[in-house]
Design a protein around this ligand. Structure first.
Ligand code: FES
Length: 579
């Protein structure tokens, strides 16, 4: 039989398993109820497989299979795998918004990792919020960590045309509202769009965050783009399982990979892929957990001038399956590294540097991934706006916006809440024209609560029928990564917190000037002061439970909408015995 006396300086799990006493019996015996031999406790690395599988998260519905491949890899490398579930965040089903629960899931991950006998962890992530939630939780514990994304769905196809998750959902719902397609065609397209396992296959938030996992070096090369049903996705999972065992032996912790340099790489890569604005909030939150200083302005400073190379929806034409066949994210990062735009010397999860990982990347379709010298869009990145309407900043994605609206002054049409918008937007009597600026209040972190993806407000049907495709829209909300338009988001402070957005009234004039990075409300200070004195905060959405905790502690978007008490790391100390 194996002697469980702990040698000095050994793995964290030895505090549980290397004991020849009553507690050692507890820790080992119950784990053996599935037929585990005693030698599994001989000091081999114990690896958690943190699984967000759920039938309520369709994008992660294939994760049981992926987990099995990770498990095989861990066993092959001599580790001991232990899979465990955490709160799964399904973007399409959770109400009021999955973002409300991102921080809750991150707490679940953090506490599960710290409280259990784990030496390292493989994070299984897919649908939008599952990726930041798991990275945030793992960052606060800082064990050796490797990320495995579930992969995008295969391209959607309908009537001979590619259709992309979210992007074409939005365009087809507008077509339905404008009477251009029938309800039967609408239903038919639903099945044609989501025709395989995987997450949204546009460059929406899920694909963006999977790309961030790869760009940060937390995942293996090609983590971002291998389609979910492709056998190479399972192969990647198996390799990740093997690799995490060695990472534990070498004590390569998450904090040695998630550094200021790797986050700078991620921000520049975000621009080059035309990624989702949601990544701004999530990267700020992750940086806050791992202890890397990062500000909203960093996104503008680091990424302005970076070209968008990737011709994917919503900014472009193709989908993630095409991106993988064209060579995937390593091609993009090689283009950036060759121009000195990324830190190539950073370590990554596979033990090699980023530059080594992408050195041999080749592009097989230049319509999908352009060269840096002939980019898809020269203007990329995330622009950070300032002005009296958003003293704490606001965000716009120029690559998804209309060039003719990048500098525009317009009359406001104000909606006090999402309900107000829904009530009035379809009314042809609404006093609005295409030069107006739509303003939506009370959809920020505290106001909604959860900061829903409603910033890309639907256009009024009468303007749609007249052929209007875009208008300036301003709010404290977020926007789906699959959406597009001239949409100003994440206004800080939000209206529900008493920000200037709360004081905007119908008919006020606003100037958006993206080249100058400004957003100005043309109302004099005396008038604003009078409006502030009369302003009444909306009643909070909850007076108990998690939602109350959320409202009381959520930070504004410029701090990643994390909880004030969750920023930073508590590490992985071993807690006291419970007997
Ligand atoms: Fe899950 Fe889009 S709904 S990734």
């Amino acid at each position: 039989m194996t002697d469980h006396t702990p040698p000095k300086g050994t793995l964290r799990s030895r505090a549980w398993f290397a004991r020849n006493d009553k507690m050692g019996f507890y820790y080992r015996s119950w784990l053996r109820n599935r037929g585990l031999p005693n030698d599994q406790f001989d000091g081999r690395p114990v690896i958690g497989i943190c699984n967000t599988w759920s039938e309520l998260t369709p994008c992660n519905g294939h994760f049981r299979v992926i987990a099995e491949h990770v498990r095989h890899g861990i066993l092959e490398a001599g580790g001991y795998p232990l899979e465990f579930p955490v709160f799964s965040l399904g973007e399409t089903q959770l109400r009021p918004t999955a973002m409300l629960y991102r921080n809750l899931a991150s707490m679940d991950v953090e506490e599960a990792l710290r409280a259990n006998p784990l030496d390292g962890v493989v994070l299984l992530m897919g649908c939008d919020k599952t990726t930041p939630a798991l990275l945030m939780g793992a960052s606060s514990v800082d064990l050796p960590t490797i990320g495995v994304s579930g992969g995008p769905m295969l391209n959607g196809w309908y009537k001979g045309q590619k259709i992309g998750s979210g992007t074409n959902t939005i365009s087809m719902s507008e077509q339905l509202r404008a009477g251009e397609i029938t309800i039967e065609e609408f239903y038919e397209a639903e099945g044609a769009m989501s025709r395989s396992a995987g997450h949204c296959m546009t460059m929406g938030t899920a694909s963006t965050m999977a790309s961030m996992v790869e760009a940060l070096g937390v995942g293996l090369p090609q983590n971002a783009a291998i389609p979910a049903p492709d056998a190479r996705r399972n192969e990647l999972a198996r390799l990740a399982g093997r690799r995490i065992v060695q990472m534990v032996k070498d004590d390569i912790r998450l904090s040695s990979i998630l550094t200021r340099k790797s986050i700078e790489n991620a921000i520049r890569t975000l621009a080059a892929i035309g990624g989702s604005t949601n990544a701004v909030v999530h990267l700020l939150a992750i940086a806050g957990r791992i202890g890397v200083p990062l500000t909203l302005e960093d996104f503008d400073h680091l990424a302005s001038g970076i070209h968008c190379l990737v011709n994917l929806r919503p900014s472009g034409e193709h989908l993630m399956e095409d991106f993988y066949y064209a060579g995937g994210l390593p091609v993009v990062m090689r283009e950036l590294i060759e121009r000195g735009l990324l830190h190539g010397d950073v370590p990554t999860a596979n033990g090699r540097t980023l530059a080594e990982n992408v050195a041999k990347a080749e592009c097989y379709n230049r319509d999908v991934i352009r060269t840096y010298d002939a980019p898809f869009k020269p203007e990329a990145g995330i622009a950070i706006l300032r002005g009296n309407l958003c003293p704490g900043g606001a965000v716009i994605k120029p690559s998804a916006a209309s060039p003719h609206l990048m500098k525009h002054t317009g009359r406001t049409v104000v909606f006090e809440s999402i309900e107000d918008l829904h009530e009035r937007i379809n009314d042809d009597a609404l006093d609005i024209d295409e030069a107006c600026i739509m303003v939506l209040k009370n959809c920020g972190p505290k106001g909604y609560p959860g900061m829903a993806e409603v910033g890309n407000m639907p256009l009024p049907p009468k303007l749609l029928r007249a052929g209007v495709k875009d208008m300036i829209r301003i709010s404290d909300a977020r926007m789906s990564g699959t959406a597009y338009g001239t949409v100003v988001l994440h206004v800080v402070p939000e209206a529900a917190a008493g920000g200037p957005l709360a004081l905007v009234e119908n008919g006020d004039m606003i100037t958006l000037d993206v080249p100058a990075r400004s957003l100005v409300l043309h109302v004099d200070d005396a008038t604003l002061s009078a409006r502030r004195a009369a302003w009444v905060a909306p009643p909070p959405a909850a007076d108990r439970g998690y939602t109350k905790l959320y409202i009381d502690h959520v930070l504004q978007a410029d701090k990643g909408a994390d909880f004030d008490f969750l920023q930073g790391s508590s590490g992985a100390p071993v807690a006291r015995d419970n007997h």
